[in-house]
Design a protein. Structure first.
Length: 198
């Protein structure tokens, strides 16, 4: 039987790529630090590491979206607090797949008066794109596998894993999530409300 969980990007590789993205973004925004807008909750670990490599003077803000149904209708759960009027805005996403959410976000920033809107995404599932939306900076292009860690979750858990993992067997994760916890955090790892694996 194949492994149900496979580390696809280790912590060192993640941090190296985030630093490279920070250098690219810093060069492009030299002299005009942007407002960096993180999309909660998945972008938080990525954004935290990324801004350490951005120039002094960037401002940080956040928003949160809710998606409804299979048609992907997006609604704003929490809005930004800073004025975007006349400013350069850099949207930070954990993952872009269909492009529907990102299209909505970019339009929202434009409606708020942003002078320029760009996106940095840790992961790009370009093969799943439904709408053509620009992603100016991308960390890694990935396939259709279910990914966990570094901001990506399963039922709200495992965002704090420091590397990225591919879930090869979703049924195993759903039936025995403690197996993943023990694989990543060690034999004694327990998930609240879930019995330890025997």
């Amino acid at each position: 039987m194949s492994e149900p969980f496979v580390e696809v990007v280790d912590e060192a590789t993640l941090q190296e790529r985030v630093a490279q993205l920070g250098s690219e973004i810093s060069a492009d925004y030299e002299g005009t630090p942007p407002i960096v807008v993180g999309v909660l909750k998945g972008s938080l670990p990525f954004m935290t590491d990324l801004v350490k490599h951005l120039p002094f003077g960037v401002e940080l803000d956040f928003l949160s979206l809710t998606r409804f149904g299979h048609h992907g209708r997006v609604s704003l759960a929490m809005d930004t607090s800073l004025s975007m009027d006349g400013r350069d805005v850099l949207i930070v996403e954990d993952i872009v797949d269909t492009g529907l959410t990102l299209t909505t976000l970019r339009r929202l920033m434009e409606v708020k008066g942003a002078r320029d809107v760009r996106t940095v995404a840790l992961l790009d599932k370009a093969t799943r794109r439904i709408v053509d939306v620009p992603v100016e900076y991308r960390g890694f292009e990935v396939g259709d596998e279910f990914l966990l860690g570094y901001g990506l979750d399963w039922e709200g858990r495992f965002r704090n894993v420091r590397s990225l993992w591919g879930v090869m067997d979703l049924k195993t994760l759903a039936d025995e999530p403690q197996l993943f916890a023990q694989k990543v955090f060690g034999e004694g790892a327990l998930i609240r409300g879930v019995a330890a694996a025997r």
